[in-house]
Design a protein around this ligand. Structure first.
Ligand SMILES: Nc1nc2c(ncn2[C@@H]2O[C@H](COP(=O)(O)OP(=O)(O)OP(=O)(O)O)[C@@H](O)[C@H]2O)c(=O)[nH]1
Ligand SMILES: [Mg+2]
Length: 425
């Protein structure tokens, strides 16, 4: 009862107000109580509505909130790992959903649009090279990294395991021994040597070994510059010629192609297709014709048409038991008779996916036909890209181009530093 009296007292201002509004005295108290009851009910209802909205909101907001937290997680990693070369999309993308006010569907749609519009942007050379070398990166540098993180210092154990990693990654016995010796010499087996320094030494040694033999192909040394492309079957000779034709015509060179692989009709046809794409003339004979005759006609045509470059395709195997190397020597003699100094370049094409086999082929061809430079194809499809260091180091031959895909633009002039950076960084 006491509480009731207090409540009535508390309602005095309200009953006074009701009195001023002309409500009879007997009814004022019940009116005031009714109003109070209404107010309390409204308040409770308001609270219920607020609570319901609060419990419903996280469901709608969760997908928005996640990308925001991702953005704060990812940005520093991208910054640290790839510094200036950070993929733009990775850094920018997460900020979009954070800014979006509309619910889930819209923010997801915006994200998709952002990705779609970013895709066609030209990727940098280094990025493209990095993509092409992804498998070698994982197979060689990935393994080196996990080896180093498992050791506290540079000791016998680490050096032994490093040797094993390099050999199994196709760097070959000779190059592996030299690289491990360089690490030992430069870091010693001291307690103080941080294993992470091994990474630096390997990187520098690889660059210096590749740079030692590096020499870009000089296109101005002769006109027409005659390039004979050799290699066993399936390594990518014809594809490489097609890509080179396209690269050089795009730089204003007049290119003529010679279909010296008469072993199968499809070979000349394949070259003709590449020629058409690049808009260059292709000199071809019927299937089974003498490759020497094709070389002769191609050389004559290149001179007559004032071509800057003649690219001659050759077979990787032959119909007869005639030795492939003898056939290639004969072609060389014919070219030389027609154009003094030709072939100015004998490019040996090697398939990186064959690993140590590529090294053996390179030795054989080098002895037989005076190879001047190498093209290493299919780096994109293999973890054995380390073979490039072994070949350059063991044979002392410059790598002129590397193939990192089947597309017309997937042949790149070889740049040792960029290659090693794409692998290690
Ligand atoms: N992934 C990838 N494939 C390549 C590359 N280069 C060539 N190829 C593919 O390798 C296959 C063989 O290429 P070709 O150019 O026909 O090889 P070839 O040496 O002329 O072969 P023969 O004419 O039989 O002696 C084709 O399917 C090419 O598309 C490369 O860099 N990356
Ligand atoms: Mg071919």
């Amino acid at each position: 009862m006491d509480y009731f009296a207090q409540l009535i007292n508390g309602l005095q201002p309200l009953t006074d107000l009701l009195g001023r509004l002309g409500i009879a005295e007997q009814q004022r108290q019940s009116y005031a109580l009714g109003i109070l009851f209404l107010l309390v009910t409204l308040l409770v209802l308001l609270l219920i509505v607020l609570l319901l909205r609060r419990s419903a909101r996280p469901k709608a907001e969760r997908p928005q909130a996640e990308p925001v937290s991702e953005s704060t997680d990812e940005a520093p990693i991208a910054d640290e790992a790839v510094a200036a070369e950070a993929v733009e999309g990775e850094v920018e993308e997460p900020s979009r959903p954070a800014a979006a006010v509309e619910p889930v569907a819209v923010s997801v749609a915006e994200e998709t649009v952002a990705v779609e519009t970013e895709e066609p942007e030209p990727v940098s050379l280094l990025q493209r090279m990095r993509q092409g070398l992804a498998k070698t990166q994982a197979g060689l540098v990935g393994r080196i990294d996990s080896l180093l993180s498992g050791h506290a210092r540079v000791d016998d154990d680490l050096l032994e395991e490093l040797e094993e990693v390099l050999i199994t990654a196709d760097l070959g016995m000779q190059t592996t021994r030299q690289l491990v010796a360089a690490v030992e010499e430069r870091l010693g087996r001291s307690e103080a040597a941080d294993p992470q320094l091994v990474r630096q030494v390997l990187k520098q040694e690889m660059i210096s070994r590749l740079t030692e033999v590096d020499s870009p192909l000089d296109l101005e040394q002769a006109s027409p510059l005659v390039i004979m492309v050799v290699g066993v079957n399936g390594v990518g000779k014809t594809t490489t010629i097609g890509k080179l034709a396209r690269l050089w015509t795009s730089r204003g060179k007049k290119v003529v192609l010679g279909a010296g692989d008469t072993f199968r009709a499809a070979a000349a046809e394949q070259l003709a297709i590449w020629g058409e794409r690049a808009g260059v003339d292709v000199i071809r004979h019927a299937e089974g014709a003498d490759p020497g005759a094709v070389a002769f006609d191609a050389a004559r045509a290149a001179v007559a048409r004032k071509a800057d470059i003649l690219l001659l395709d050759t077979a990787g195997r032959l119909h007869t038991k005639a030795n492939l190397m003898e056939e290639l020597k004969k072609i060389r003699r014919i070219l030389e008779r027609e154009i003094p100094g030709a072939p100015h370049e004998t490019l040996l094409v090697l398939d990186a996916t064959t690993g140590q086999n590529a090294l053996i082929q390179a030795r054989l061809f080098k002895e037989a036909v005076e190879v001047n430079g190498l093209v290493l194809t299919k780096l994109d499809g293999t973890a054995r890209g380390g073979i490039i260091v072994a070949i350059a180091n063991d044979l002392g031959l410059p790598v002129r181009f590397v193939g990192i895909g089947e597309g017309a633009d997937d042949l790149r002039p070889f740049d040792p530093e960029m290659f090693v950076r794409a692998l290690f960084e």
